[in-house]
Design a protein around this ligand. Structure first.
Ligand code: ZN
Length: 81
């Protein structure tokens, strides 16, 4: 399955922001593979206002291209792995 990421994390500048879909809400967010910061929108990345995903214990799955196309991420530059 294709996995999408939204480039590098603005917090640690090291990890990539992989897109996940939160099972409870259907929200798609970028999740840093290195520092566990989450970003709910491209604007949150630009303003570096993430949340700590470890505090949020709801289930999440890889976001699909179809799901992403219906969210705020649809027009953002994404990369496939
Ligand atoms: Zn990070």
């Amino acid at each position: 399955m294709t996995q999408f990421h939204a480039g590098n994390c603005p917090s640690c500048h090291n990890g990539r922001l992989f897109l996940f879909r939160e099972s409870d809400t259907g929200d798609v967010y970028g999740h840093c593979e290195e520092c566990e910061q989450g970003y709910r929108s491209p604007g949150d990345i630009e303003s570096n206002s993430g949340f700590l995903t470890l505090l949020n214990d709801s289930d999440a799955e890889w976001a699909t291209e179809d799901e992403i196309s219906r969210t705020v991420w649809a027009n953002y530059q994404l990369f496939e792995t």
